[in-house]
Design a protein around this ligand. Structure first.
Ligand SMILES: Cc1cc2nc3c(=O)[nH]c(=O)nc-3n(C[C@H](O)[C@H](O)[C@H](O)COP(=O)(O)OP(=O)(O)OC[C@H]3O[C@@H](n4cnc5c(N)ncnc54)[C@H](O)[C@@H]3O)c2cc1C
Length: 386
């Protein structure tokens, strides 16, 4: 593999994330998955290592690295435990990034600093029970009080990663329904708060170490000072945030895929059938060859999107391509991983079945594969039309 000319700093971040993940995360991944344990202590330590605000400047509590470093670190943490890495991904991409990009100085000091340094945990609440892909159809409302000092928020947000453990939420609610998605606004919602109920932790197929819940707003007051950007900027903020978020999920998929590939490779070299290791069989070799190829392709697309983000170039299409390709590669590689393990791949004694369950989510959140294709098609049609 080309080393992509990583800088010393990027390589240092990858090594640090790898050492931490292998020592403090990987040994617990099976148990956290079995018990649905949220890795509170590991996440605190990730905060002290700068992993909760990798690309946030140090003056706002972050580590001051770049998106490429973030991708390298995400791959390492995801290789060890995808449930842990999604908490990191949401905090970095979906909670810190929008405040860094759209917040005012006071909001950066008050909210970004503690989040990027890992003292507070963030979440991002766009989806609702009735609309996920169609985010512009938000039913949650935010109405200005008569004195103009607060918004009253009403409505339910659904599937919120980190919800049960979060201290701050980037919340989207409509301030003017008549304007459709141009009437959606973004807020920093402090948690806990009167009028905000956090639903029970959802029981999921995979990423079981991650926590997911509804956030139910009933007559909940949010200060006007906590509005992110202007009224009506919410949809734009959400979409720009997801452009970055999808790079993080692509990197997560990459880590899961690598875990599945490496486990399959190790097993193929050890397991004997018909008197020789199954790695001697061309049927298994071709699987490993295809797995390795898709893994490399996913990595290149993910790094390309990260480089564009670092160059501050529009990367909507490239992020969607990276997320689409890497997530489908992860699902495919994890499926082949089980096949290579034969019947043992179906048992919890081997990590292949966890990789398979964890891979699936990457095709769903931060826009399903269908939505990524929609985003890519819109962009390529524009390019084709000149
Ligand atoms: C574990 C987990 C964690 C999550 N974390 C968060 C979070 O932190 N914050 C948050 O806001 N959301 C989160 N989500 C929500 C997630 O982003 C949505 O589930 C996802 O965007 C899909 O929305 P939906 O479930 O409402 O499906 P729907 O939008 O109802 O889609 C159902 C099916 O229809 C397809 N479809 C819909 N519209 C189109 C279209 N126009 N063209 C083609 N196909 C289409 C979809 O691809 C899908 O196959 C999370 C979800 C899960 C499961």
């Amino acid at each position: 593999m080309v080393d992509f000319d990583f800088t010393e700093e990027q390589l240092m971040v990858r090594e640090m994330a790898r050492a931490f993940a292998q020592k403090e995360v990987a040994p617990h991944a099976h148990t956290w998955d079995e018990n649905g344990t949220f890795p509170t202590e590991a996440i605190k330590k990730m905060g002290t290592l700068g992993l909760m605000g990798v690309a946030v400047p140090p003056e706002y509590g972050g580590a001051g690295f770049d998106t490429v470093s973030y991708v390298l670190a995400m791959e390492e943490i995801s290789l060890a435990c995808a449930g842990t890495s999604v908490a990191m991904s949401v905090n970095n991409s979906l909670a810190c990034d929008p405040i860094l990009k759209f917040g005012n100085e006071a909001q950066k000091q008050k909210f970004l600093k503690p989040m990027a340094s890992g003292k507070l945990l963030g979440c991002f609440a766009l989806s609702e029970p009735g609309n996920g892909s169609d985010a512009g159809a938000a039913q949650c409302t935010a109405t200005l009080t008569a004195d103009g000092r607060h918004y009253v928020v009403e409505g339910t947000k659904n599937f919120i990663t980190n919800g049960p453990n979060a201290d701050l939420c980037i919340l989207f609610a409509t301030t003017d329904r008549a304007k459709g998605n141009k009437g959606i606004s973004a807020f920093i919602s402090e948690m806990p708060a009167p009028g905000l109920t956090v639903g029970p932790n959802e029981k999921k197929l995979g990423i079981k170490a991650s926590s997911t819940s509804q956030l139910i707003y009933e007559n909940c007051l949010i200060p006007v000072d906590n509005r992110l950007g202007n009224e009506g900027d919410g949809f734009k903020i959400a979409m720009a945030t997801l452009d970055g978020g999808r790079i993080g999920i692509a990197a997560q998929a990459l880590g899961i895929a690598r875990a599945a590939y490496e486990a399959a490779g190790r097993y193929a070299l050890e397991r004997k059938a018909f008197g020789a290791p199954i790695a001697n069989l061309q049927a298994i070799q071709f699987k490993l060859a295809d797995m390795a190829t898709r893994l490399e392709a996913a990595r290149l697309l993910t790094l390309q999107a990260a480089v564009l983000k670092d160059r501050k170039v529009r990367h909507t299409k490239e992020s969607a391509m990276a997320k689409l390709y890497a997530s489908e590669a992860a699902m495919w590689i994890a499926t082949q991983g089980i096949q290579v393990h034969g019947g043992y791949g179906y048992l919890k004694d081997y990590p292949a079945e966890r990789h398979f369950r964890d891979a699936k989510i990457t095709e769903l959140y931060e826009g399903t594969s269908e939505i990524q294709r929609l985003v890519i098609a819109l962009n390529v049609l524009k390019e084709l039309a000149g």
